[in-house]
Write a protein that binds this ligand. Sequence first.
Ligand code: FES
Length: 138
Amino acid sequence: MSGVARRTVVAAGGAGLAAALTACGGGTNAEGDTGTGGTDGAPEGPLAKTGDIPVGGGKVLAGKGIVITQPKAGEFKAFSSKCTHAGCAVSEVKDGTIVCPCHQSRFDISDGSVKGGPATASLPPEPIEVKGEDISFG
Ligand code: FES
């Protein structure tokens, strides 16, 4: 009788171990989620293609908080798209300037300096890297 009882205890122990292993499986899933978080790094891929940026103009990438310009053919610059006047997002690149829609401050596409409007400080430059046709954060 006592032998049977001992086997029962062992079997129960085995079931407990299986439960513990299942719990570990859950831990692996949590790591998988972390991997998904790493996918958030994907936007660090190309911001734009060089062909998207007009010579003598530029493009505002609203979702990235950056404006990329091409003052001269093959010369790319990038600036923060946050206006230094009151923090609005600049909205367009026009006539060689980056324009803020809130109070019409304008910034030079070649160095971000103020060309007009109430802003008194230049748009801060953003580091970018051009590799082939891809423009990425530098
Ligand atoms: S916030 Fe840009 S001009 Fe005022």
